[in-house]
Design a protein around this ligand. Structure first.
Ligand code: ACO
Length: 341
């Protein structure tokens, strides 16, 4: 190994530093092959992500330059710091493919630990892509790296990452199922209508377990923060909701979004049905109705990706019935931050 860490220079990545942002985007493009089949990085999405964090989360973006490579960006780090949590999430830890196994990853990880400690976090968490039994091969390097950093596989169930290829399978061939009696469907785009904003926030944050009979005091609407992030990143979203007609309340919804740069890719996000309304196949109905809504407005969409916790067998079964195919696992790792003594 040729250790080059003595020539590394770290700096925060500022959204208005065009030169550095350009080099960072190049690094993202150069490493896009790390996860085959993934959508290529979208410039609007990635630059937008520097200014528009997820709801209730602060981001720390850093780059590392190497003097021997014209001072260019050779690695990057993104730490997500959710409000009130004792964990810092490593959303990105990336080294240029030509400069791996020279200690840059270790140096970035050390920097991540320092930043996390500076924010009073006790642990780092990271998601590592691993192969599924019988699935396509995945680079075992990231898991080996995480283990070498002293991190450990978390007990939290892994995510199963699935793709729907609309050229291989059309789940809409038989149309959208009939809406059960007592319910009706509504649709909306990127911006949630005022009448649903609080309900969407409560459903999303409680995963449908919140008691509808209690008046919710939601001071900051999660839905509004989420859509601010989406708009800032140039993403468009499509939603279908199901309204319980007797109460007039939103009983569930599903969300698909897409970036501006990748017309053929979409992301199936949250689907939630309140527990009082489960058992009517509303989840499957929502997904199919929303897919029809998406392809009507975005006919270029051919590939839809999604992920579910591997113990969420109900949703994985719904996805299988729609033609989603599991590709790989997103395994959670955690590492101690330590006291800094
Ligand atoms: N296979 C086996 N072990 C590895 C590998 C590998 N491909 N890569 C790193 N390691 C282990 C080794 O023990 C290594 O020490 P050694 O070279 O003395 O044997 C140790 O990790 C440190 O390696 P670095 O040289 O510091 O790591 P590198 O600069 O190559 O970066 C990284 C590693 C970040 C995983 C890089 O391959 C990469 O960018 N991959 C794509 C993105 C990614 O998967 N990020 C990591 C997610 S996991 C996490 O964040 C905790």
């Amino acid at each position: 190994m040729n250790d080059i860490t003595h020539d590394l220079r770290f700096s925060p990545l500022a959204a208005d530093d065009e030169t550095t942002v350009g080099q960072w985007l190049r690094l993202l493009a150069d490493t896009a092959g790390d996860v085959p089949e993934a959508a290529p990085p979208c410039t609007a999405d990635m630059t937008g992500s520097l200014r528009f964090p997820p709801p209730a989360t602060k981001l720390e973006d850093w780059v590392v330059r190497h003097d021997g490579h014209g001072g260019r960006v050779v690695g990057a780090l993104r730490l997500a710091l959710p409000d009130g949590a004792d964990v810092a999430r490593l959303d990105q830890l990336l080294v240029h493919p030509e400069l791996r196994r020279r200690g840059i990853g270790r140096a970035l990880y050390g920097r991540a630990v320092d930043i996390a400690a500076g924010h009073g976090r006790a642990a780092l968490s990271a998601t590592v892509v691993e192969a599924l039994p019988g699935g396509p091969a995945r680079d075992p390097g990231p898991a080996a790296f995480a283990a070498a950093m002293g991190a450990e596989r978390s007990a939290v169930p892994a995510g199963v990452h699935q793709w729907l290829d609309l050229d291989a399978h059309d789940p809409l061939a038989d149309g959208v199922p009939v809406v059960p009696e007592g319910y009706s469907l509504v649709t909306w785009g990127t911006i949630t209508p005022d009448e649903y904003a609080v309900r969407v926030s409560v459903l999303e944050q409680s995963l449908g377990d919140e008691n509808f009979d209690e008046d919710q005091e939601v001071e900051t609407s999660y839905a509004r923060e989420f859509e601010t992030m989406r708009v800032g990143r140039g993403r468009r979203a499509y939603h279908t909701g199901v309204v319980h007609e007797a109460s007039g309340r939103l009983a569930g919804y599903t969300s698909v979004s897409k970036t501006t740069g990748n017309p053929s890719y979409a992301l199936q996000g949250m689907t939630v049905v309140h527990r009082a309304h489960r058992g009517h196949r509303l989840g499957r109905l929502l997904k199919l109705a929303n897919l029809e809504y998406v392809v009507r407005h975005e006919p270029g969409v051919r590939l839809v990706e999604t992920a579910n916790a591997e113990d969420n067998t109900a949703m994985i079964a719904v996805n299988a019935s729609l033609g989603y195919v599991p590709y790989d696992r997103w395994v959670f790792w955690t590492g101690a931050v330590g006291s800094g003594d």
